[in-house]
Design a protein. Structure first.
Length: 428
C-alpha cells in the first residue's frame, strides 16, 4: 500500500505556491457538459486523482478530454456526448461525480448515475439534489443503486435547501441554466468556489445573480458556449501551508494565496499566535515565533470555520499550550483522525460531536493510517512536527486533493519519501 515515510522536526523555510482548488475544478469540468459547441479550457488544474476520475467519466460519455500535467491545463470538448450514464466503477471513487447530473439533465434532458462514493466522513445524502431536481420538473427513479432521471424540459422554480450544501447548490445551479423561466435557490452555499462556478457559467452565457450570498437566482437561457477560465487557488491548501510553517517552527512565503477567501481561519490562526502577513500580490508570510495557544472553534458552512480544515487545525492544537474544544457540526464521522493523532502522542478526547484537545510538549513518530483526504493532510502536519520517523499509510486519499504534496514540502525543507505509488486512473 502507498505510504509516506516522514522524518519529523525539520523546520520549513522558503517559498511554496498554492494550486487550484479541487472543489472548484470538479464543478467547472462538469459544467463543460453544458456547452454544445467549442472547447472548454481550464488552467491551474493540479494533477489530482479526482480530476482524472471525472475526466474518465466524461470520456465514457463521448467527450474529448485532454490534460497536460506540465502546464496544468485541461481541454474539454463535449459536443460529441452521446452516452448519459456515469458508471459505478468510477462514481464510487468520489462523491463529486454526482455533479454531472445537473448539466446532463439541463442539456440532454436525461441522465443515469450510480449512487456516489468518496471519503468516509459521514452520511452526505444526495436527497436535496434529488428534491430540487424534482421541483425543476425531473422524473426520478431508483433501482439497484442506479438513479435514472428524465425530463420533458426543466422549468424554473423556487427551492429552499434544508442546509447549505456546496455540491447541491452547484448541481442545481447548473441544471437551472438551461431551464425555462426563473429559478430561485434559497439557503444555498456561499463558498468562494460556488461564486467562481457562477462566474464561469455566466461567461458561458448563463444569467446568474447572487452567487456568494444565501440566495441565487438563475434566468434560464437557451444556449451555452465553451470558454476559457483559470481555477481559483485552494483556500484549504493555503491554510495547510500556513499551518506547516507554524507547526515546524519555520517560515514560509505562500504564493497565490487569497486571504479574503480564508476568513475566520486566519483569525483563529492569529489567535493561536501565528504571524500571517500580507506581502501584497497574493503573497503571504506565515510563521510562529512563539509556542502556539489553543483556541475553541465550531465547524460551520462558509463563512464559518470550514470542516475541511478541522483535522489540520486539530494537529496544530495538539502541540499548542492549554486546552481547546473543537465542535464538528457538518459531518458526524469527521473525528476518525483523532485516534491516529493520539498514536503520535496527542492528548485528544472525543464525546459525540466535540473533541477536547489538550496540548502536549511534543509528538513522537509512529505508524498512522489516513481515513480521508483532509484527515491525511492533518496527519502529515502532525508527523512533520513529531520527533523521529513516522509512516503515513493510505496516502491515495491525500492524492485526491493535493498534487505531489511530498515533493512540494521537501522543496522547503521537509524529509518525506513516497513508497509504493498507487496505480490510479490515468489523467491525460
Amino acid at each position: 500500500m502507498d505510504k509516506f515515510e516522514i522524518q519529523g522536526s525539520n523546520r520549513l523555510h522558503g517559498e511554496v505556491e498554492v494550486l487550484g482548488v479541487k472543489n472548484s475544478i470538479l464543478p467547472l469540468i462538469a459544467a463543460s457538459i453544458l456547452a454544445n459547441k467549442g472547447k472548454t479550457v481550464i488552467s491551474n488544474v493540479p494533477d489530482f486523482r479526482d480530476v482524472a476520475t471525472l475526466s474518465q467519466i466524461l470520456r465514457r460519455m463521448g467527450a474529448m478530454v485532454n490534460y497536460d500535467r506540465n502546464t496544468r491545463v485541461i481541454e474539454i470538448d463535449c459536443e460529441s456526448i452521446n452516452n448519459f450514464t456515469a458508471s459505478y466503477d468510477l462514481v464510487k471513487q468520489m462523491r463529486a461525480s454526482f455533479l454531472v447530473i445537473g448539466p446532463l439533465l439541463g442539456r440532454f434532458r436525461q441522465a443515469e448515475i450510480s449512487l456516489p462514493g468518496g471519503c468516509a466522513i459521514g452520511a452526505r445524502s444526495v436527497n436535496m439534489h434529488i428534491d430540487a431536481l424534482k421541483a425543476l420538473g425531473a422524473d426520478i427513479s431508483q433501482e439497484e443503486g442506479l438513479i435514472n432521471i428524465k425530463t420533458s424540459g426543466l422549468k424554473g422554480t423556487t427551492f429552499h435547501f434544508d442546509f447549505p450544501t456546496h455540491t447541491g447548490t452547484e448541481n442545481i445551479m447548473m441544471a437551472a441554466c438551461l431551464a425555462k423561466g426563473t429559478t430561485t435557490l434559497v439557503n444555498v452555499s456561499c463558498e468562494p468556489e460556488v461564486a467562481d462556478l457562477a462566474y464561469f457559467l455566466n461567461k458561458m452565457g448563463a444569467k446568474i445573480k447572487g452567487a456568494g450570498t444565501s440566495t441565487i437566482t438563475i434566468e434560464g437561457c437557451t444556449r451555452m458556449s465553451a470558454v476559457e477560465h483559470e481555477a481559483i487557488p485552494s483556500r484549504i491548501e493555503t491554510a495547510f501551508f500556513f499551518a506547516a510553517a507554524a507547526i515546524t517552527k519555520g517560515e514560509l512565503v505562500v504564493k497565490n494565496a487569497i486571504l479574503s477567501n480564508l476568513g475566520i481561519v486566519v483569525d483563529k490562526m492569529r489567535q493561536m499566535g501565528m504571524e500571517i502577513i500580507d506581502l501584497g500580490n497574493n503573497r503571504v508570510l506565515a510563521k510562529a515565533t512563539r509556542q502556539l495557544r489553543s483556541v475553541n472553534f465550531t465547524t460551520w458552512p462558509y463563512p464559518g470555520f470550514p470542516t475541511d480544515f478541522q483535522p489540520q487545525m486539530m494537529a496544530l492544537m495538539s502541540v499548542a499550550r492549554d486546552t481547546g474544544i473543537v465542535k464538528e457540526t457538518v459531518f458526524e464521522n469527521r473525528f476518525m483522525h483523532v485516534q491516529e493523532l493520539n498514536r503520535l502522542g496527542a492528548n485528544i478526547r472525543v464525546h459525540l460531536d466535540e473533541a477536547v484537545v489538550a496540548g502536549v510538549a511534543k509528538l513522537t513518530g509512529a505508524h498512522v493510517m489516513v481515513s480521508d483526504l483532509q484527515a491525511g493532510a492533518g496527519l502529515v502536519l502532525a508527523t512533520l512536527a513529531a520527533e523521529g520517523k513516522s509512516v503515513v499509510d493510505r496516502i491515495y486519499h491525500i492524492d485526491r486533493g493535493y498534487e505531489r504534496i511530498e515533493e512540494r514540502l521537501t522543496s522547503v525543507g521537509a524529509s518525506i519519501v513516497r513508497f509504493n505509488p498507487v496505480k490510479e486512473v490515468k489523467n491525460e
